[in-house]
Design a protein around this ligand. Structure first.
Ligand code: ADP
Ligand code: MG
Length: 565
């Protein structure tokens, strides 16, 4: 072929390919899920672009995915009539893994197969899963709107290079042809493919078709005739179905599809809202934090649909930032189909949806905390640090969020964060009117701080805060259920009614009796301290550092210094 070129994969591709094949081997049927999911994305993209240019349909707006088996050739073809790819798009997306995060991904690999394969899903190397079962993959595509002569044929054995040539392709869309490995021929069985489709792809909203099967005489008669197709998936958007008719398994499969996750979600809510602003929301809480939870440009997990038409991924206006771990979809009836990110920014309907979504997730978490504390503990360990951003961001729901927070405290051993503020309130001492906390840069530093001595002596519980976000949290959460939050390391420790008279007397006496000593210390320390004074805070330690009531805590100062402020 004159126009056939051979191109090298970008370096990362071969590395990722290797890894994909190794780590997904035990889960190999997912290749079909990934290819079908790409075909369905392509159909949704076409539908969206056709909103402003219906010429793209080229007279055929019946979108469908077909799966064809050729036993003699040993191939499976996943064929769609979606948006298709131009030559450049093939090079950019299929030849390079078009993710800016690829390098970080490779760096973040742990060598632990289970962990790494979860990462793979999140990186969308979905297409390459074809190489789990195929030793050669051919992709033939033509972008909607381009002439038939602009077809492109890509082919690779997945070992470092691929070929590319321009071909004729009459129909728009993409065919992905898998040349099955010798020991993967089981996938040539149509029943096997059908069962995988119903397991993974039933909820895909466009029809997935396979050739009808005929047996005996009927099969003889039809030999050589073109196949007739029948739909093998259910083909309605899962979220539009009645809740009572959707099984747990189907909800989980849908989650895995949209979240690119291999594990089932921790919990979900599904709501249909009627009235002036009609929409459906199906929201999930994952059981594991994604690798990029702390990335500034982390992908948000809620997809926006308008009347079943996919509009955009990562619709970050549908969820507050501190709930960015939530995955799911919102399908709105009353938004214009050409809605853009800019429009979303200032849309009252979107604001209403976001507020309601927030309440749904907080409600879901409350139920989880109450009824399934073990699951809640899992949630907390994965996402607690994110939820702690809540009180600063969401004033209206501050108290509800505070109720969901969990802390490590002096009440129990270890650094697990399991105590709620409500439990703290219940354990408060007679006469105690504050919630005490200490911030430090590690759980051990918090627990062993000399500031805790007097609290220990009096049996008063103290929250031990050592996550980075904790300073941020306590600078926005001043009180809970009418009780003020108070640092044990700030200002004059006013224990109120908890201080006994005798201690007060001791403190006053010490101030006079030890004046010379205190003055000498002050002179020796000079500028470095504001004041040296006797205290009843300490039981065993001779001295400790305290900051003024209005000053920045020493821990916050450390945090700021660490980030270069
Ligand atoms: P992801 O689907 O997460 O983007 P994939 O590896 O599955 O990752 O696919 C990579 C890219 O290749 C897609 O984003 C898309 O641009 C392109 N692609 C794959 N399959 C198709 C297809 N059937 N039609 C159009 N584009 C496709
Ligand atoms: Mg994909």
């Amino acid at each position: 072929e004159a126009h056939k070129e051979t191109l090298e994969f970008k370096a990362e591709v071969s590395q990722v390919l290797d890894l994909v094949i190794r780590s997904l081997y035990s889960n190999k049927e997912i290749f079909l899920r990934e290819l079908v999911s790409n075909a369905s994305d392509a159909a949704e993209k076409l539908r969206f672009e056709a909103l402003s240019d219906d010429g793209l349909y080229e007279g055929d707006s019946d979108l469908r995915i077909r799966i064809l088996v050729d036993r003699d050739a040993g191939t499976i073809t996943v064929s769609d009539n979606g948006i298709g790819l131009s030559r450049n798009e093939v090079i950019e997306t299929i030849g390079s893994i078009a993710s800016s995060g690829t390098r970080r991904f490779i760096e973040s690999l742990s060598g632990d197969q289970a962990k790494d394969s979860a990462l793979i899903g999140q990186f969308g190397v979905g297409f390459y899963s074809a190489f789990i079962v195929a030793d050669k993959v051919t992709l033939v595509s033509r972008r909607a709107g381009l002439g038939a002569e602009h077809g492109v044929r890509w082919e690779s054995d997945g070992r470092g290079s691929y070929t590319l040539e321009t071909v004729e392709k009459a129909g728009r869309g993409t065919d992905v042809i898998l040349h099955l490995k010798e020991d993967e021929k089981e996938f040539l069985e149509p029943w096997r493919l059908r069962s995988i489709i119903s397991k993974f792809s039933d909820h895909i909203a466009i029809p997935i078709e396979m050739a009808k099967e005929y047996y005996g005489e009927e099969a003889e008669k039809r030999k050589g005739a073109p196949p007739e197709f029948e739909q093998v998936n259910r083909g309605t958007a899962l979220w539009m179905r009645n809740k009572s008719e959707i099984t747990e398994e189907e909800y989980h499969a849908f989650y895995k599809h949209i979240a690119h996750d291999f594990q089932p979600p921790l919990a979900y809510v599904h709501n249909r809202v009627e009235g002036t602003n009609e929409y459906t929301a199906l929201l999930y809480i994952p059981s594991k934090a994604p690798w990029d939870l702390w990335d500034r440009d982390q992908r948000h997990g809620v997809k926006l649909y308008v009347r079943r038409v996919f509009i955009m991924d990562e619709a970050d206006k549908l969820m507050p930032h501190y709930l960015r771990f939530v995955k799911g979809i919102v399908d709105a009836d009353d938004l214009p189909l050409n809605v853009s990110r800019e429009i979303l920014q200032h849309n009252r309907k979107i604001d209403t949806i976001r507020q309601a979504n927030t309440k749904r997730i907080l409600g879901l978490l409350e139920t989880l905390a109450k009824d399934e504390p073990e699951k809640y503990a899992t949630f907390w360990d994965e996402f607690g640090k994110v939820l702690k951003e809540g009180p600063a961001e969401d004033f209206a729901n501050k108290e509800r969020i505070a109720g969901l927070l969990r802390f490590s405290t002096t009440h129990s051993e270890g650094s697990a964060q399991r105590e709620s503020l409500d439990a703290y309130l219940e354990r408060m001492k007679e006469g105690q009117d504050k919630i005490y906390y200490i911030t430090a840069d590690s759980p051990a530093a918090a627990r062993h701080s000399p500031h805790l001595e007097v609290f220990r002596k009096k049996g008063i519980e103290v929250l031990l805060l050592s996550d980075r976000v904790d300073e941020w949290l306590v600078s926005h959460l001043y009180e809970y259920k009418g009780k003020q939050l108070q640092s044990v390391a700030k200002g004059d420790l006013d224990l109120g009614e908890l201080a006994d008279k005798e201690e007060k007397a001791v403190q006053e006496r010490a101030a006079t009796e030890h004046r010379p000593l205190l003055e000498r210390l002050k002179t020796a320390l000079g500028e470095r301290v504001k004041e040296v004074r006797p205290s009843t805070r300490l039981v065993e330690s001779p001295a400790c550092l305290v900051v003024g009531a209005d000053d920045m805590s020493t821990n916050l100062a450390r945090v700021l210094k660490a980030v270069g402020q």
